[in-house]
Design a binder for this molecule. Sequence first.
Ligand code: C2E
Ligand code: CA
Ligand code: CA
Ligand code: CA
Length: 279
Amino acid sequence: AKQEGRNNASWYTRGLSQQEYEMTQLRNDLQHAIDTHALELHYQPQVDSGTRKVAGAEALLRWSHPVRGPVSPAYFIPIAETTGQIIPLTLWVLDTACRHLRELTDAGIALPCIAVNISSTHLLRASFVPTIQAALDKHRLRADQLELEITETVLMDHADRALDTLHQLKNMGVKLAIDDFGVGFSSMNYLKVLPINKIKIDRSFIKGIDHNAQDAAICQGIISMAHHLNLRITAEGVEREGQRDFLVKNQCDELQGYLFAKPMNFTDLCSLINQLNPA
Ligand code: C2E
Ligand code: CA
Ligand code: CA
Ligand code: CA
């Protein structure tokens, strides 16, 4: 029995440590990627539904692991949030996105705005607002050339602190967008008090708008509500012409999705904007 117990214990321990090992490994690999600049930033255009020009571009992290290959940010961002690595990661994203926008501007390529995703753990840090100001100063950008995408979850647990930070950013002139709108539960409550410029309707609501009457009704309602609140509205995950036609007809301001462009590297973004936004 003693023997068996020991075997069980070691089997059990090995099972646990395997998972822990994976996490530690991934955290170390991510740190290595940060240190050696092995991450890449891709950009997905946001198209103005009226002018059909590129109104902005969302920066999205890409990590190609030396052994695993591409690792989805949907997988490694939550890990980076628990390890605290999200802070250096986001600093790198901010610096890179701002540098790229400065390059575009210097080259005479018209891109009004660049959007960066911000984790709530980062937003709640005291250093956050100065960090944003420093990035803008370093790359000589106007505050309204930067848009920060935040999710509603930050507001559920730390409403007062988050609101205070958001008001400081708003006063600086930085644009604020609520990401994944509709997925959380606090939406309606906080819309009244949030100093935001834009709502991004989550992809799950866009999915069925061209064939499902309920999705269509919900989406129309969100667009109408946003406009009555003087907010701009972006649709995420537009993949089909039917979805685009519905959104254009219902005056959704900006469209983002594979139908227009997948996230692409900076060089490709430059050529695309050159094509769509002639000077
Ligand atoms: P998100 O902010 O909601 O970004 C949109 C995601 O939808 C991106 O996935 C994008 O590639 C994908 N997408 C865009 N158009 C379409 C479409 O037409 N169809 C479909 N099926 N998908 C589409 P991605 O790049 O894998 O990023 C996943 C998530 O990881 C992001 O969701 C965001 O929450 C997070 N993330 C990515 N980069 C960063 C970053 O730099 N910082 C932070 N904090 N989070 C990031
Ligand atoms: Ca986003
Ligand atoms: Ca989103
Ligand atoms: Ca999302």
